[in-house]
Design a protein around this ligand. Structure first.
Ligand SMILES: [Fe+2]
Ligand SMILES: [Fe+2]
Ligand SMILES: [Fe+2]
Ligand SMILES: [Fe+2]
Length: 415
């Protein structure tokens, strides 16, 4: 009989910072800048919450929503192509998709409407025409924090910033912004506050502002967050648009066949969802290069494993998952990367993830070849087994059951 759902102790703030770092990579690559827009919106929002007497837990949730409010960026870019983040702001869908995605985050309370309504104007001319006090307070706070950062580009650290913030909020109070929120901004807009918004200060400022929250998350909670993150990771490139979720579906299926108990199976699915989170740091030009990579490009590509490891190692509670992810490109004969581990160091779970990753990648289109069918993919996998790279038993399971992994079968905690 399978064990009852267990819980993992994960500090929410560490998870939040890890995910925000991943989102920064997307900005950096797709927009050419690390604008720190999400972090600054989070800092300003959380600070305003405190000034307005919002509880610590609600301020924490507010900061999470603000960090995640533009999470629809990769999926938007996948459809519309690269551009300025401000373009995204003109589309109502970034509020609906953003809210839908972010609701998977294990918030401490109810955050419904914060992201959905962060483009409501006080005078009713926003995306959903809510007016005045009908706009949820924290959505009104995010409205100001989000828009003010885009208009004033607050990361530059200039002396005039306090005056500009005051003029900006005064001019738009009662039209775009809640007068109460604009008033609160006037009370916190000091030179020290402006200094914390600088690109080189915002990380530290946000860490100090956000209360540390360590909570027990069910594996099901984490599965939900990671499934959404897999979607964000995959959406970076058309070629990988199903990759992490495909690996997750495949590992779920093979784990069942291998009779791996539910809790570990779910952790493997989480690992599959996050194993390539470091690819958010790999430039799109390399991910989509229509030919073989040169040595330098290959080195950059390989680095995604270290970035995945680094991001996940910064979240206590995810150590085991981080270790599996860190070894997904290792080979049994020691010729893989990034730690050049060999068979004796590679657990069954690491080997399973590596096999599923390769199989899934082979069946996907790449810029220089079409996706392979099951037999073609197994030919390559069997060749790798013969070279001493992959586990023969796992390859045997793949041979019998790897075909047609069904994305809808990402059932996680369904038993
Ligand atoms: Fe927005
Ligand atoms: Fe935004
Ligand atoms: Fe990878
Ligand atoms: Fe992968």
């Amino acid at each position: 009989m399978e064990r009852v759902e267990t819980y993992m102790q994960v500090p929410l703030n560490e998870l939040l910072f890890a995910l925000s770092r991943a989102l920064d990579f997307v900005e950096q690559d797709l927009l050419g800048v690390t604008s720190n827009h999400g972090k600054r919106a989070a800092y300003v929002s959380a600070h305003l919450c405190r000034a307005m007497g919002v509880s610590n837990a609600d301020a924490f949730d507010m900061a999470c929503c603000a960090v995640l409010h533009d999470n629809a960026l990769t999926s938007y870019m996948l459809k519309a192509g690269p551009g300025d983040i401000r373009r995204l702001e003109h589309f109502q869908s970034h509020c609906t998709i953003g809210e839908q995605n972010a609701l998977a985050f294990p918030f401490t309370g109810d955050v419904t409407g914060i992201i959905l309504h962060h483009h409501e104007n006080w005078d009713g001319t926003g995306f959903h025409n809510l007016t005045g006090e009908d706009i949820p307070l924290r959505a009104a706070i995010l409205r100001l924090a989000d828009n003010m950062d885009l208009v004033l580009k607050m990361g530059n650290g200039r002396d005039s910033l306090v005056r500009e913030m005051l003029e900006h909020t005064r001019a738009l109070s009662g039209r775009l912004y809640s007068p109460r929120v604009a008033q609160a901004l006037a009370t916190v807009a000091t030179p020290e506050f402006a200094d914390k918004l600088r690109d080189d200060h915002i990380d530290q400022a946000l860490r100090e502002e956000i209360p540390s929250m360590r909570v027990d998350l069910s594996t099901a909670d984490l599965l939900r967050v990671c499934d959404i993150f897999a979607y964000i990771i995959d959406a970076k490139s058309v070629f990988t648009r199903n990759h992490s979720r495909g690996v997750a579906a495949l590992i779920d299926r093979l784990s069942r066949i291998c009779k791996i108990e539910k809790e570990k199976r779910n952790r493997l699915i989480i690992a599959a969802c996050l194993h390539d989170v470091g690819k958010l740091s790999t430039p799109l030009a390399i991910l989509e290069k229509p030919g073989p990579l040169d040595d330098a490009e290959f080195e950059v590509m390989r680095n995604h494993v270290s970035v995945s490891e680094d991001i996940l190692n910064n979240v206590r509670g995810l150590e085991q998952i981080a270790a599996w992810c860190a070894s997904h490109h290792e080979k049994l004969n020691g010729r893989g990367y990034s730690h050049r581990l060999s068979g004796a160091d590679l657990s069954f779970e690491s080997r399973l993830l590596a096999c599923c990753d390769i199989y899934q990648a082979l069946t996907e289109d790449r810029p220089y070849r079409s996706g392979m069918n099951h037999l073609q993919a197994m030919d390559i996998i069997n060749g790798m087994v013969a070279n001493g790279e992959l586990d023969p038993e796992i390859a045997g399971v793949l041979a019998g059951h790897g075909e047609a992994a069904n994305l809808n079968h990402l059932s996680g905690n369904s038993g």
